[in-house]
Design a protein around this ligand. Sequence first.
Ligand SMILES: [Zn+2]
Length: 264
Amino acid sequence: MTEPFLALDEPPAYGVVNPDGASPYVLLCEHASPRIPRCLGDLGLQEAERLRHIGWDIGAQALALGLAAALDAPLFLTNYSRLAIDCNRPLDAASLMPEVSEATVVPGNRGLTASARRARIEALHNPYHAAVARRLDARQAAGLPTLVVGVHSFTPQFKGNERPWHAGILFERAEAFGRALIAALAEDPTLVIAANEPYRIDTDDYTVPVHGDARGLPAVLLEVRHDLIADAAGVRDWTARLSHALRAAQTHGTSGRLADRAGR
Ligand SMILES: [Zn+2]
């Protein structure tokens, strides 16, 4: 008999908060936790490495919980580190189980067998995305307007470079919604808010292309610089700011206009 990937006393792969919330927003948080499944040990990394931004999005879970409460929105969040498996990556992405993250070698991810990879996919990636897909299917079947928002944070410095933005709004097809959100946030002239920074949505993304664009649902990722949401006061501040902006941008998102991919 083989041991289950997650022991009975470990958290399940994902959690759901406020599943029947009245908001048109469905919030997703794939990098919410730095926890490593016990069967993977410490992946060969010191705690200081596992707890920095390569292991999780610092502050994102607290911000996502704040937004779920402020907006009365459903929230799905993963309970394990993206070093074990990155749930915002498609299964064929090289960075799904990164052998190197930023400049840190992840010994426990080197030379994984096909069965070791499959075990992580089946235990962590599949259940989370199946749960999100079921909920979106049910909402679409019920005719509920739905916008998909991923909640993330980014590190102020990456590979030695300072990042100038307070937050970025990332989108592929949902340009009208993304731009409306940026305009609402930019009403505060002290903020530097960018479109499609510090990353762009590409073929290594999962949430926006699969749960949003492929379904014809407006979808963006919020990326907040993590030093701004590293304490309770920062989380409160950004929860208020983002929930206000999301309410303001809601009508742009629910009008159903998605940019024509072929026209870009
Ligand atoms: Zn992230």
